[in-house]
Design a protein around this ligand. Structure first.
Ligand code: TEU
Ligand code: CA
Length: 557
């Protein structure tokens, strides 16, 4: 049984376009990443997840790949990439790459061929349908607004694109396509990478008839016909058998719309598919019935129930991925913490949650600095295709511009894509040129240079949390038990390892909160392992009044 090093690891996600620009063109690049590896080593992370760096027209910032085996020229060369891998391995860190194989770019050679004629050998690498009397083959909507189908004059047929028009879905029903993917994966693994993050991997199997979902009016989310589809496990078992099982690697699937029961089918130790998956349930707690742009307040009790469900649901079955940030989400500090008065305390409190649960924590670039959401004055400063398409669609539908802009401020993906803030110099030290997207104006007070110097910074708190995982075998604890589940502002839980318990108490708001330890939890001594406040005088931990956003982690024996 391969050693499961990824269970003890902490992963750091790099969005290369916004991480570090080395040549002044305003776009982050691979040499820029190399120049910051010591900063990551000091942080203590074990694995780097690199978002796509492959050749791409950047319709979706690299998630539209036109050549899977060559590096996007703005990011550098394959030699730069080889150097990055060597430098990461020299520092005893690992590198996982982003695998985007639900779709390619429409500029990929396969699609260029596929659209030429109905009998082209590459036609069935994609999903083409004739449509009916001038309308799309079904009523599925794209994740990026509008129809999930694009009519192509060349052969008078439609092709499916769950995402942008320039991201045609690959046809996984075609064994030839699958073999091409496995060959490409093997090429990267033979270069020495340590695994893959797999983009929307649970969408690759569609219900063959591609049935409509609505009542004939407008476009609808067709997820019931393409999420966790009929052959998805067959494909992943084949991928594991033919590729993954041959290497000592980690795999994490991005799986929209999975429950713990679904997830166990992907990550179960006996399933021979993937090691971990990202679920989206915590990312939907502030979405109304009309989806992510229908902003609603989140409820801590709902978050606690979701986390408890996943901790208990995968116990003894699989391994959790722990995240509240990534390149598709707003900054967790602004979303779930306080990015004003209690920025430091609340960022540390949220980090404490992510690093004391069962699973592998994923740190998104800038999270360790307490970077925040951004509010650009004009839509012209926003870059993300999902946001720009939504803006056009909602404006055309007559929605109030203030409502549209507020939804973008709160949920837009560009919140997580403003350049990494390295120091207080112009453009936050990210570039000597003009950044491809504006830097968050708060970079003079929030930046890595200041954080590394300040022993009380969020950055150094993350370092302590990561050290804690190893020093106190945090990953080894089991039997997650939620405490005070009805509390609307306290998140408290206890996990067990033999006769030791890990007690975590978090105040999610600025109002003081009263924690009461249940009587059935007994101990004869306790040790405060970490807190985001100067350690309090030894308190009776059976009953604690927590300060604003206070986080406390005790070991009970
Ligand atoms: O994201 C898939 C996905 O579900 C996101 O689009 C998410 O649902 C939405 O953006 C929430 O705001 C993956 C990649 O992470 C994303 O960057 C790509 O745009 C997308 O797939 C297509 O490759
Ligand atoms: Ca550059």
């Amino acid at each position: 049984m391969a050693n499961k090093w990824w269970k003890d690891s902490v992963v750091y996600q790099i969005y290369p376009r916004s991480f570090m620009d080395s040549n002044g063109d305003g776009i982050g690049d691979i040499p820029g990443i190399i120049s910051k590896l010591d900063y990551l080593k000091l942080l203590g992370v074990d694995v780097i997840w690199l978002c796509p760096v492959y050749e791409s027209p950047n319709d979706d910032n690299g998630y539209d790949i036109s050549n899977y085996q060559s590096i996007m020229k703005e990011f550098g060369t394959i030699e730069d990439w080889e150097e990055l891998l060597a430098q990461i391995h020299n520092r005893d860190m690992k590198l996982i790459m982003d695998l985007v194989v639900n779709h390619s770019s429409d500029e990929h050679a396969w699609f260029v061929e596929s659209r030429k004629s109905k009998d082209n050998p590459y036609r069935d690498y994609y999903i083409w349908r004739p449509g009916a009397d001038g309308s799309e083959p079904n009523d599925w909507g794209s994740f990026f607004s509008g129809s999930a189908w694009q009519f192509d004059e060349g052969t008078n047929e439609y092709f499916l694109h769950l995402f942008s028009k320039k991201q045609p879905d690959l046809n996984w029903e075609n064994p030839k396509l699958r073999q091409e993917i496995y060959k490409m994966m093997t090429w990267w693994l033979d270069k020495g990478i340590d695994g893959f993050r797999m983009d929307v991997i649970n969408l690759i199997s569609k219900v063959p008839q591609l049935p409509s979902v609505g009542n004939g009016e407008g476009y609808h989310f067709g997820g019931e016909h393409f999420m966790n589809g009929p052959r998805v496990h067959e494909y992943l078992k084949e991928m594991n058998r033919e590729v993954l099982s041959k290497y000592d690697i980690m795999t994490v699937g991005e799986t929209i719309g999975v429950t713990p029961e679904d997830a166990a089918l992907y990550v179960g130790e006996d399933r021979d598919e993937l090691n971990m998956v990202f679920h989206f349930e915590l990312m939907e707690v502030d979405s109304g019935q009309h989806g992510k742009w229908d902003v609603k307040p989140w409820d801590l009790r709902e978050m606690k129930q979701i986390i408890a469900k996943w901790q208990i649901g995968l116990e003894g079955k699989g391994w959790n991925s722990l995240y509240l940030n990534n390149h598709d989400q707003p900054r967790m500090l602004s979303r779930f913490g306080d990015d004003t008065v209690y920025r430091m305390e609340s960022a540390k409190m949220l980090a404490t949650l992510l690093h004391t649960l069962q699973g592998t924590p994923y740190i998104y670039q800038g999270e360790e600095l307490g970077m925040t959401n951004v509010k650009f004055n004009s839509i012209s400063e926003y870059k993300d295709i999902e946001t720009l398409n939504m803006y056009e669609e909602h404006l055309a539908a007559g929605e109030d511009i203030g409502t549209i802009m507020n939804a973008i401020y709160v949920k837009g993906r560009d919140n997580g894509r403003t350049p990494m803030q390295w120091d207080g110099s112009e453009h936050a030290g990210f570039t000597t040129g003009t950044p491809w997207i504006a830097v968050n104006p708060n970079y003079q007070s929030i930046n890595a240079e200041q954080a590394v110097k300040d022993p009380h910074s969020i950055y150094h708190y993350y370092r302590k949390l990561i050290e804690l995982r190893y020093a106190h075998n945090v990953t080894g604890y089991v039997a997650f038990r939620l405490l005070m589940e009805d509390s609307t502002n306290l998140f408290a839980y206890v996990r067990t390892l033999g006769d030791e318990k890990l007690l975590v108490v978090l105040n999610f708001f600025k109002e003081p909160a009263q924690f009461q330890l249940p009587d059935d939890i007994t101990f004869h001594k306790h040790e405060l392992l970490i807190s985001n406040y100067e350690a309090k005088a030894d308190t009776d931990i059976r009953s604690i009044t927590l300060r604003p956003y206070e986080a406390l982690v005790y070991k009970l024996q």
